[in-house]
Design a protein around this ligand. Sequence first.
Ligand SMILES: *Cc1c(COP(=O)(O)O)cnc(C)c1O
Length: 219
Amino acid sequence: MGLSQIKQRIAAAEAAAGRAPGSVCLIAVSKVQPAERVEAVLREGHRLFGENYVQEAAGKWPAWRTEFPGVAVHMIGPLQTNKAKLAVELFEAIHTMDRPSLATKLANLAQARGASPELFIQVNTGSEPQKAGVLPGDLDGFVKDVRALDLPVRGLMCIPPDAEPPESHFAMLAGMAARNGLDGLSMGMSGDFEAAIAAGATHVRVGSAIFGARDYSAR
Ligand SMILES: *Cc1c(COP(=O)(O)O)cnc(C)c1O
């Protein structure tokens, strides 16, 4: 596929949904990808990336930030509380805030640093036992608690169940964001970002459709 085709498809999906051009941020998910593929996308001018693993991001991005000014990296993978300190130093945003202990930790770090990454609350829209995220019934209370900690909540994030059409999950997330007065919606991946844009996504997270398939055995 490649970057320019994905950008064209995003523009077409924005237009089809009657949304302003450029209203959707493309997060190029670079986890596990070989350096030369990421550098090619950086040289094409793209500056917003997503990573899943704190250690991997810590090894890759400091040098690229120096070489390519304007880079922003968002954390989109599960975040262990004991990696939160490193994470707030590495990322402009964290999309996977999903529990009170992590919120408290991030609030303490924000106090100490006088700054915080933008935060998205991950919602387990399918209530899947193995999946991270706040359960839908717990979300409104969690949003209140997080706001009381003075944390910058930008919006909500979800990963729909593999085996279901994603549309109802995207619509559910959009409804939960609206009723909580949140306008950021991090949803949509390589296989379903157009449906997510139709449902109001502000941030789509696209990896393999830009970079090619990930080879986990080569790590
Ligand atoms: C890996 C990952 C993506 C990108 O997935 P693709 O199918 O390669 O586009 C998006 N979001 C999250 C949370 C991921 O872990």
